[in-house]
Every structure is written in structure tokens, then in C-alpha cells.
Design a protein around this ligand. Structure first.
Ligand SMILES: [Zn+2]
Length: 476
């Protein structure tokens, strides 16, 4: 073995490759076998290179998971001693065993061997689960999946067909490195095949980096099959999985992710592709929940900021219209600071609260609907006030209507409209609004202010009534 010794001094970093199919570490000696130089060239070196071109990653570096290749020293003698393991592509980040103690090397080797066994059990569990569910057919273990153009292929742990849709299941082992994950993701996404990664352990505290890679890019859902889920699959005839996911939860004005775990069924999963092109299969739609939580927090913050000013305007208006501000000085003492504060928020209020060109009429209609009585006139109920608004303040009919709806005044209006005269008026004004009759449409100049004061109707207020009102009933 002098040859080995000779080159070992030069290239000691990678005495082994990891066989991804068995989880075992294979030494250079046993990889080369007993053949002579010609056998090694034909059976090992060229065959290995061909397999790499094929996208087949069986022998990888046990330290970084990258493809390994059989390289050769520049020696004169054509002996097998000149071969050594080398990364297919130079990878400066990986130093192999250099600098690592015997203990670390043993631990890494042991994990690989242990996982080989686990991997076998994993495949058996998935197979059993799929066989229990009649919606799955053509299930196969470790069979090649050839791309549609027949140029590339992958060999998933388990593949099957679910209601006409091809699905592959891959175990997430510690020997599954990120580049392997992403290559598979893109291969199957390109092929229109659903890919479901299954974890060995769903305790998020034990997640390794590559598990995080899968978990976070899979809409924060992780899955695994266990003996319990296999039992459930058999009992129910549905493929059961243990699922762990994150729930974005609003706590105060922050969002905290909380873990949740539950047994779910494959037929309850949703499948899509993320905005980054990552195919995803999930039970809980984290992204959607996150967006909702974020907008709830935004609304909450907005509310905390806007509330005092909104309330100040309302209490001023109620005091003013109820004549609780006896002198012009008393009025301005309250109004002027409001003008300043609203201007700071970008709203221009007139110098006098009752100014013709100002929002006064709109506010009177809106606050009356909100309080369930006319807050400024002697009209006895909201129907009588409605007639008045219909007659002389047509432009405020829209906000009046929306606020009546928002505050549930339907019963009130019905009770005070025994002869259905107001109902007739409503049909009339709605017709005018649909026909774009300008006299019945609000001035849009007040929209921003009204949206600020009445966020409960803001979304609808800014629309054209034509686009909001139900279609006109045809008379029989
Ligand atoms: Zn490496």
C-alpha cells in the first residue's frame, strides 16, 4: 500500500464519501474495490462522472454534502493508487477532516449510519400510510422520476399519485443539504409535481438549519409520519400526518409567533408556489394570517393615534349644536385648537364651524345616525330627519344612509315609517344616485375628513353609490 501512503500525505482531507442511499461512509479503498486500474476507470471514475451529469447524487462529501468525484494524481504509473476523492466543484468552505478530531469524525460517521436505518423506517411508514388511503395510487419506493423532456431525473424516496396529481415524499435527513433541497424543489416545481418534505423530529427546538430552511420556506408548516399517524391512516383510510406550524398572534401592538401542533390529513393540505418560486404544501396559511395580523396591528396603532382627535371633534359638535357654547368666544376657544390639530393631520377646516363651505351638514347627518336621534334639529326621529335631508341636504344622503346602516338603525326607520313613505323616498334617491344625478351625490372634497372621523364607513363612503347599492328591483 505504498501508493496510498504516498498520496495520502498530499490528499488526506477526504478519506471517505457518504453514500446517500445507505447513509454509510465509504472509504476510498472499499470504493475502488479489488479491481485493477482499468476497472476503476471504467466502473468507478467514468460511471461516477456520468451519474453526476445525470443529476444523481449518490456519493457526496460527508461534511458538506456536495458531489464527490474520483480525481487522479499526475503519476506515471497506471495504478489505482493515484486516485483520491475530491469535490466535483471546488468548495473552499469545506475542509473535510482537516482540523477535526477523531471524536468529531466518529460522531459524524455514526449519525450517517444511524440515519440509514431511520431512513428505511421512514420509507416504510410513508408507504404504509399511502397504501391505507384509496385516493393514492401508483405508489413506488425509490423509483426514478424522469423529467417531461426526459433529460433529467430524480429518485424520490416515495412517489405516488393523489387524485391524478403526482406527489413525491422526501425525508429530511441530516445528510440532506440545502443545495439538495433547492435542486429538488426546482426540479419538481418545474415538473408540476408536488413535493412534501417529511421531518424526523417536529420539535422546533431541535430543528437544524436545513430543517429551518424547509420549514420557513414552506409557509412555516412542517410534517412527519410516526407510528401513531400510520395507525390513524389505517383506521381512517386517510393519509394522516403530524403537523407543526406557527401562528402569528397579536399581543398588544406586536406580533408573536406561537407554535401549534396537530395531526392533520393530507387531503386537508393546500399546495401553492411562493412568490420566490418555492413549491409549498401547508395546513395553516401562515402568510395570510401574518398579513391579517399586521393590518390589525396597523389599525390598532392608527386607532390609538386618531381616537382622541376624533372624540374631540364629536364632543365639540354635540356641544355646539346643543347650544352648550353660549358665546362666539366659547365656540372659538374650542374650535380654533381643533383647526390647528386637524391641519397638522392634513385636513383643512373652515374658520367657523358652521361655515357654508365646510363639512357641517355632513357631520350633522353622520352624528345623528350614530346617536340615533337628530343631534342638531328638533326632528323627532331619524325618518323625519331623513325627509328634511332629502328635501334640502341631498348631498348628505349618502353618508346618512351608510351611518344608519353602520349603527343598525333599520328597525328604528321601519317603526317610524308606518306608511312606507320614507321607504319610497329611499327608492327614489337610490335611483338618482345610480343615474349619477349630481344633486344626490356627495361632495368628494370631504371624503378624507369623513373617512378619518367615521372609519366604520370609510371603505364604502369613498365609492360611487352606484357600485355599492344593490341593483334596482324590477317592478312587477
Ligand atoms: Zn465537503
Amino acid at each position: 500500500m505504498t501508493g496510498f501512503t504516498a498520496f495520502a500525505a498530499k490528499e488526506q482531507s477526504y478519506p471517505h464519501v457518504l453514500d446517500r442511499e445507505t447513509g454509510a461512509w465509504v472509504s476510498l479503498e472499499s470504493f475502488l474495490g479489488r479491481g485493477d486500474y482499468g476497472d476503476v476507470i471504467a466502473d468507478k471514475r467514468v460511471a461516477l462522472k456520468m451519474a453526476l451529469h445525470d443529476g444523481r447524487l449518490r456519493y457526496v462529501c460527508p461534511w458538506c454534502g456536495n458531489a464527490m468525484f474520483l480525481a487522479s494524481l499526475r503519476l506515471q504509473d497506471k495504478t489505482i493508487e493515484r486516485f483520491y476523492f475530491k469535490h466535483q466543484f471546488e468548495n473552499t468552505a469545506c475542509s473535510g477532516i482537516v482540523g477535526k478530531g477523531d471524536e468529531a469524525i466518529c460522531a459524524q460517521q455514526f449519525m450517517g449510519a444511524k440515519e440509514g436505518e431511520e431512513h428505511k423506517r421512514f420509507k416504510a411508514r410513508v408507504l404504509e400510510s399511502l397504501n391505507a388511503d384509496r385516493d393514492f395510487s401508483d405508489t413506488a419506493l425509490e423509483k426514478r422520476h424522469v423529467s417531461a423532456d426526459r433529460k433529467r431525473w430524480r429518485q424520490p424516496d416515495v412517489q405516488s399519485t393523489w387524485k391524478g396529481q403526482q406527489v413525491v415524499f422526501e425525508a429530511q435527513m441530516s445528510t440532506t443539504f440545502l443545495h439538495v433541497i433547492t435542486q429538488r424543489m426546482s426540479f419538481y416545481a418545474h415538473e408540476g409535481v408536488r413535493l412534501l418534505w417529511l421531518f424526523r423530529d417536529l420539535n422546533p427546538n431541535h430543528f437544524r438549519l436545513t430543517e429551518d430552511d424547509i420549514f420557513y420556506s414552506n409557509n412555516r408548516n412542517g410534517f412527519r409520519v410516526t407510528d401513531e399517524t400510520v395507525g390513524l391512516s389505517r383506521a381512517t383510510g386517510r393519509f394522516a400526518l403530524e403537523c407543526v406550524w406557527l401562528v402569528p398572534t397579536v399581543v398588544g401592538e406586536r406580533i408573536e409567533d406561537q407554535w401549534q401542533t396537530q395531526t392533520v390529513f393530507f387531503d386537508e393540505l393546500r399546495h401553492d408556489t411562493s412568490q420566490h418560486g418555492v413549491p409549498r404544501s401547508f395546513y395553516f396559511d401562515y402568510d395570510k394570517a401574518k398579513a391579517e395580523a399586521e393590518s390589525a396591528v396597523r389599525r390598532q396603532k392608527q386607532e390609538r393615534r386618531d381616537r382622541p382627535l376624533r372624540d374631540a371633534m364629536e364632543s365639540f359638535c354635540l356641544d355646539l349644536w346643543a347650544h352648550r357654547l353660549p358665546t362666539p368666544e366659547a365656540v372659538h376657544e374650542r374650535w380654533d385648537p381643533l383647526v390647528v390639530e386637524f391641519a397638522r393631520r392634513g385636513f383643512a377646516l373652515p374658520d367657523a364651524p358652521l361655515a357654508e363651505e365646510g363639512p357641517n351638514n355632513y357631520l350633522q347627518a353622520a352624528y345623528s345616525a350614530k346617536h340615533g336621534r337628530s343631534v342638531w334639529s328638533r326632528h323627532e326621529d331619524l325618518v323625519k330627519l331623513g325627509f328634511h335631508i332629502f328635501d334640502v341636504r341631498k348631498k348628505t344622503l349618502w353618508i346618512y344612509r351608510l351611518m344608519l346602516e353602520a349603527y343598525g338603525r333599520h328597525e328604528h326607520m321601519k317603526t317610524h315609517d308606518p306608511n312606507r313613505k320614507w321607504a319610497g323616498k329611499a327608492v327614489e334617491y337610490k335611483g338618482f344616485m345610480r343615474n349619477n344625478n349630481a344633486a344626490y351625490l356627495p361632495s368628494r372634497a370631504f371624503d378624507p375628513l369623513l373617512c378619518f372621523l367615521f372609519p366604520e364607513v370609510a371603505d364604502t363612503l369613498v365609492k360611487h353609490p352606484r357600485d355599492v347599492l344593490p341593483p334596482e328591483r324590477t317592478r312587477v
